[in-house]
Design a protein around this ligand. Structure first.
Ligand code: PAF
Length: 283
């Protein structure tokens, strides 16, 4: 496995692989890797001749600078994990390499980037589009792999790729969960053991709500999830939106769409740690 730090070096290595007829799979990450990332890398390794993983903690997507400071930085452990799952190249650039000048580009993909995370984290998706467009321009991957945990992020990246006419296939991959059901996230390392156990209720309640939904209205189901989680000490729901899985627009009734997803953000613990998850009701 090769670790490169500049776009020039990355292009050289990938150019050689492309000349050998290899397809390139890319897994963009911010580091602090876990089994969820490993599953994306394994899928890319199985489907491509070369897999490149970017490890870059992108400052432009953090609307809250404290959140950026708290984010775990573990490059050495990340490289060990990547090597063990067969990654070929790690691209770990500096902030100066990716942003030699401030990025003033504005990306706007309503309705998918204005709701939920877009509403609660202003500028977040603009930062995601800034860095992902730069990573795609640098690596020119044939396929790029993203975890469905960040359900809305995939919709925004798809819109960006379409807008910029980038010839890359976006491959969504299923959420990987801890034994307790908690969705794997780099942020989980910020939870104490007690908070981690409490956070497992997020998935448990979402799963229960699928059954509840079979004989209750959409609005009743929404209330059920919010009330059940807010009743647990240490959890506070920021939003729970039941939306169309493609447009991400709020729905009023179960009959409004054939593809229905409930997307949730919950604060957990004293610090607190912001956790996201989702559940598919239909489609
Ligand atoms: O999902 C993430 O880890 C980040 O948002 C991404 C796609 C790597 C861009 O920094």
């Amino acid at each position: 496995m090769r670790v490169v730090h500049t776009i020039e070096e990355l292009r050289r290595v990938l150019g050689q692989a492309r000349a050998e007829g290899k397809k390139i799979g890319m897994v963009p990450t911010m580091g602090a890797l876990h089994a969820g990332h490993a599953s994306l890398v394994k899928r890319s390794v199985a489907e491509n001749g070369l897999t490149v993983v970017s490890v870059f903690l992108n400052p432009t997507q953090f609307n809250d600078k404290k959140d950026l400071e708290k984010y775990p930085r573990t490059l050495e452990a990340d490289c060990a994990l990547l090597e063990s799952v067969g990654a070929d190249v790690v691209f770990a650039p500096s902030v100066e390499e990716m942003y030699p000048e401030p990025d003033t580009r504005k990306f706007s993909y309503p309705p998918v980037d204005t709701v939920m995370e877009g509403a609660y984290r202003p500028g977040h998706f603009n930062g995601v589009c800034q860095i992902v467009s730069k990573l795609f321009a640098a690596a020119e991957p044939d396929r790029a792999y993203f975890g469905e945990k960040d359900f809305q992020q995939i919709a925004v990246i798809r819109a960006m790729v379409k807008d910029l006419e980038m010839p890359v296939e976006i491959v969504p991959c299923p959420v990987v969960r801890e034994e307790s059901g908690l969705a794997m996230s780099s942020r989980n390392t910020l939870l104490t053991d007690g908070e981690r156990a409490v956070a497992a209720n997020i998935n448990a309640v979402l799963v229960r709500s699928k059954n509840f939904a079979t004989n209750h209205t959409l609005k009743e189901t929404q209330r059920y999830v919010v009330d059940a989680l807010n009743a647990i000490v240490g959890l506070e729901v920021q939003y729970f939106s039941i939306v169309d899985g493609t447009t991400l627009q709020d729905l009023g009734a179960w009959t409004d769409s054939d593809y229905i997803v409930g997307c949730i953000t919950v604060f957990c613990g004293n610090q607190p740690v912001r956790l996201i998850d989702h559940v598919k009701y239909k489609g």
